[in-house]
Design a protein around this ligand. Structure first.
Ligand SMILES: [Zn+2]
Length: 269
């Protein structure tokens, strides 16, 4: 089994939210609950307040340095449309797409449009223009899909998608590869609540169970979704959990590839 790690970029700054949505006040309500229930420390809470002054919620570069050090080729999914709490501008997105490509990252679209072919195709074309890439993949923000989303993505021209959460091997939908994934940070650390409900140890134990299940089912690829936003002192459990996960897989001799490398391997079979 090989592992495919990817990162969804849901936020860049805090100020992008100020006149658009209630993400920031809601986040501090959550943080207070986490502090009072002992899930985060006072230091962590103060780091979160510090982020307001730094106006930074993305941790793309720090995460990239860590991944490189551990030989983990990843894919970053970044939005080019606003919606469901994703509120950065196309200009901010264009800046980061260019920067990430220069950093040597694989970059795909974090999709907002899932309902009709016209909207999906328009989003695909916008991402293509901004990134100047001919082949790229996608993951839907909040993994929103309907019965036609996948066939419409394939028709638009996406090389791959990873919006299905399931214990399944990659499969082809027309010309597009679908990579179901099994591990998502928020599902592990927050569920069943809307805020952090597990500590580091509990999160690791939960994750080991998922990995064991993937091994038992003989899955060729283990899909992992970690949001760059949480690679920070402000989210200690999340960051520690991600670093533990990469090291745990490496210790167990699991090789890391990105989606494009996996597509190449699947196509050559
Ligand atoms: Zn997202």
């Amino acid at each position: 089994m090989k592992a495919i790690v990817s990162h969804d970029i849901d936020h860049l700054t805090l100020s992008e939210h100020y006149f658009q949505d209630l993400i920031v006040p809601k986040f501090f309500v959550r943080s207070k609950i986490e502090l009072l229930t002992g899930k985060i420390s006072l230091a962590e809470f103060f780091y979160r307040i510090g982020d307001v002054f730094k106006n930074q919620w993305q941790h793309i570069e720090e995460l990239h340095v860590f991944n490189q050090k551990h030989d983990v080729p990843t894919t970053y999914f970044i939005g080019v449309n606003k919606g469901v709490g994703l509120s950065y501008s196309t200009a901010q997105s264009a800046f980061w797409i260019k920067k990430m490509i220069e950093m040597g990252c694989d970059v795909g679209a974090h999709g907002i449009e899932f309902e009709t072919f016209e909207k999906i195709n328009k989003e695909y074309s916008l991402f293509k223009d901004l990134s100047q890439q001919n082949t790229f993949g996608t993951r839907m923000h909040y993994i929103r899909t309907n019965d036609h989303t996948f066939t419409n993505m394939a028709k638009a021209g996406y090389l791959f998608d990873s919006s299905e959460m399931a214990f399944k091997a990659p499969f082809k939908i027309d010309t597009m590869w679908e990579f179901p994934f099994q591990i998502m940070d928020s599902y592990i650390i927050e569920k069943p609540k809307q805020w952090q409900s597990k500590n580091f140890f509990q999160s690791c134990e939960e994750t080991k169970k998922i990995i064991d299940k993937a091994v038992d089912l003989n899955l060729p690829y283990l899909g992992i979704d970690f949001h760059d936003r949480y690679f920070s002192h402000s989210h200690k459990t999340w960051k520690d959990w991600y670093m533990w996960l990469i090291e745990y897989l490496a210790e167990n001799k699991v090789e890391f590839v990105n989606f494009k490398m996996a597509v190449k391997a699947l196509e050559s079979k």
